[in-house]
Design a protein. Structure first.
Length: 116
């Protein structure tokens, strides 16, 4: 059965996850949000002698109260593409300062999806 739906406002179909600054890398140049596979990242840190627990507490990697994986990877010269599970285009405007924020993750099923 085929249907046609006309959306009159933006629509977000969330999966219930809220991603914090530790969960994604903000690529300002390419206008992408890259979801980081944290298990892969932890393995990388362990293999390269990076004490992640110590780094998580350093103030200069924080954005508000949250650890910013973007700041950490940029400072250490780590390529986020090695740990990206998926990426999405985003409108990333210039920010005067970083603040705490989260991204609400949407359902990804390979096509259009409206529950109901």
């Amino acid at each position: 059965m085929r249907c046609r739906v006309e959306l009159l406002s933006p629509l977000h179909i969330g999966n219930g996850n809220e991603l914090k600054m530790v969960d994604f890398y903000l690529d300002d140049d390419k206008k992408l949000i890259k979801r980081i596979d944290f298990n892969k990242f932890i393995s990388y840190c362990f293999e390269n002698g990076i004490n992640l627990m110590e780094e998580l507490n350093k103030r200069h990697y924080k954005t508000g109260r949250d650890f910013s994986i973007t700041k950490f990877m940029d400072a250490k010269g780590i390529d986020p593409d090695d740990f990206t599970s998926y990426e999405v285009r985003a409108i990333l405007e210039k920010r005067e300062r970083e603040s705490e924020f989260a991204v609400k993750e949407c359902i990804k099923c390979g096509g259009a999806y409206i529950p109901g």
